[in-house]
Design a protein around this ligand. Structure first.
Ligand code: DAT
Ligand code: MG
Length: 140
């Protein structure tokens, strides 16, 4: 199995509730290493650009509003099969459907405010990492 990198975002609902530490512990205990990390606040434009693939969806406005509503922690996670592993640790998009013991099942309050983002494939991981980090900010 190959060593992979994925982009993770701890979303504004989680930073607001001071559960970033708990979330990072889940990621690390799940076998992922944090090889880059910063706390930033996204502008509307940055949030729109990041989620551009969803711009035609009915929830796009809400999503952009939410993602730029407070600080986020953006991270690059590294590990064996990191993209799929991270999504497993996160749980399903809708916390009501997320498996017990996942971050979204245990911490998220709604489908729109679901605590974490994780890249969904190798191509998006590469693009999303480059959206936030330069090569010299990633220390494996
Ligand atoms: P994921 O974040 O699990 O990759 P996604 O890419 O389908 O899910 O959607 C991106 C985000 O958009 C998701 O984390 C929360 C929001 N979202 C998705 N479906 C939604 C819905 N039906 N109503 C409100 N927000 C939604
Ligand atoms: Mg997605």
């Amino acid at each position: 199995m190959a060593l992979e990198r994925t982009l993770s975002i701890i979303k504004p609902d989680a930073t607001r509730r001071s559960i970033t530490g708990k979330i990072i512990a889940r990621l690390e205990e799940g076998g992922l290493r944090v090889v880059a990390q910063k706390r930033i606040r996204l502008t509307r434009e940055q949030a729109e650009g990041f989620y551009a693939v969803h711009r035609e969806r009915p929830f796009f406005g809400e999503l952009v509003e939410f993602m730029s509503s407070g600080p986020v922690v953006v991270q690059v996670l590294e590990g064996e099969n990191a993209i799929a592993r991270n999504r497993e640790i996160m749980g399903a998009t809708n916390p009501k459907e997320a498996a017990p013991g996942t971050i979204r099942a245990d911490f998220a309050e709604s489908i729109g405010e679901n605590c974490v983002h994780g890249s969904d494939g190798p191509e998006t991981a590469k693009e999303e990492i480059a959206y936030f980090f330069s090569a010299c900010e990633i220390v494996g």
